[in-house]
Design a protein around this ligand. Structure first.
Ligand code: AMP
Length: 397
């Protein structure tokens, strides 16, 4: 069996999946968590059975050792697998990577150089790659970047109107994230519509704990809501999304707030959490049902921000053929979808309310009426499959 091992390594966890890049079949998946803490754990799921073991995992090297051991103990036996590649998710590829690449020492050095742009993510990604190279020395390692899909954005969309020295010396520009998901979903919806990617104008709403919107024209990202960092754009679980850049100076003056505290508050204590006390949309919606005014306001703010992006991106695209919802909230929450789509009636969009209510997680489905001028779909994202496909394509090229 031919497969790709996809690895998503963070600073304290390694998620993995072994899958067939052609059929998309998943052979096994797992998670090694709480790396570096006294209480670690390994979860390995194969044939629907989840195996779990609690033990300390000192570092990424130990995590990779436990990963290979989980395959030896519970299967599938990696010595019987034709492992085409190990595909790594890397968050920030800067302006250096518009495509996935096979990992070389030069590539590792570039990812390292990009750490200041993604200090929370790239170091963990690098640790995962280094450990995987040691664990699988004979298998090509491929880096697939979250930012790569957005490298097609025109300069007008990627440029912040800030001093030249910031742009040139500090690489300050918009990069965008969730690119693997936006690439997968925008291509998949073209297949579902049976129309060539080249003639479609699509807005993809990836609404998970992190959330972003992307405008896709002829299969290329032409604008996206996240920017230099994943903080810009939509309201997220714990991130504020768009706000007035004057806020940093204001809080420094009135509250003597440090930049570190400001960063921390905007990425970990804002968004749904800041508005309601919970970062979990399910809980926010449950409280809204009970009449909680904070939860109601949070819902309205989330929807309002979404409308600004969908409306703006429709203008950027010069029209809209398809609107697609994906990720935890996008796939599961009919009320967020309805609130957005119903406000787009002026574009000739018409929601099929029964289909919207009936949509279930993990299933692709159209939720617009046959007469709607814009197709509206729920398309579950599959970032692992997209990484596996891109990694296999690099190796086969
Ligand atoms: P993700 O990061 O893609 O796993 O998405 C996580 C987000 O999806 C969280 O805010 C969850 O509360 C939200 N979510 C998951 N299931 C539901 C649901 N049934 N209704 C509303 N939100 C949900």
């Amino acid at each position: 069996m031919r497969a790709v091992l996809v690895i998503n390594a963070g600073s304290s966890s390694v998620k993995y999946q072994l899958l067939d890049p052609v059929t998309g079949q998943s052979h096994a998946r797992g998670l090694i968590e709480r790396i570096g803490l006294p209480t670690g754990a390994v979860h390995h799921t194969v044939d629907g059975v989840r195996h779990e073991q609690q033990l300390p995992v000192p570092d990424h090297e130990a995590a990779m050792h436990l990963l290979t051991r989980a395959f030896t103990q519970h299967g599938p036996d990696l010595s019987q697998v034709d492992l085409a590649a190990v595909g790594h998710r890397v968050v920030h590829g800067g302006a250096d990577f518009a495509d996935p690449v096979e990992v070389t020492p030069a590539v590792l050095a570039t990812i390292e150089r990009l750490v200041p742009l993604a200090p929370l993510h790239n170091p963990g990604n690098l640790d995962g790659i280094t450990a995987a190279r040691e664990a699988f020395p004979d298998v090509p390692q491929v880096a697939v970047f979250d930012t790569a899909f957005h490298q097609t954005m025109p300069e007008a969309a990627a440029t912040y109107a800030v001093p030249k020295v910031w742009r040139e010396q500090h690489r300050v520009r918009r990069y965008g994230f969730h690119g693997t998901s936006h690439a997968y979903v925008s291509r998949r919806v073209a297949e579902l519509l049976g129309r060539p990617l080249e003639e479609l104008r699509t807005v993809v709403l990836h609404l998970g704990n992190g959330a972003s919107a992307t405008a896709v024209e002829a299969g290329r990202s032409v604008d996206t809501s996240m920017g230099l960092t994943p903080l810009e754009g939509l309201v997220m679980g714990t991130r504020a999304g768009d706000l007035d850049p004057g806020l940093a100076g204001h809080l420094a003056r009135v509250a003597s707030m440090s930049m570190d505290d400001y960063d921390q508050a905007l990425s970990k204590e804002s968004g749904l959490l800041g508005l309601t006390g919970s970062a979990d949309m399910r809980e926010v919606m449950a409280r809204r049902d009970e009449g909680d005014p904070d939860a109601e306001l949070a819902f309205q703010v989330v929807v309002h921000r979404l409308l600004r992006y969908v409306g703006g991106f429709t203008a950027v695209l010069g029209g809209l053929d398809a609107l697609v919802f994906t990720a935890g909230i996008g796939e599961n929450d009919p009320r967020v979808r309805a609130a957005v789509v119903d406000r787009l009636a002026f574009l000739g969009v018409e929601l099929d309310h029964a289909a919207n209510e009936a949509a279930v997680r993990g299933v692709e489905g159209r939720i617009s009426t046959p007469g709607s001028h814009v197709e509206v779909w729920v398309v579950p994202t599959n970032e692992e499959l997209e990484i596996a496909r891109q990694a296999a394509a690099v190796v086969e090229a």
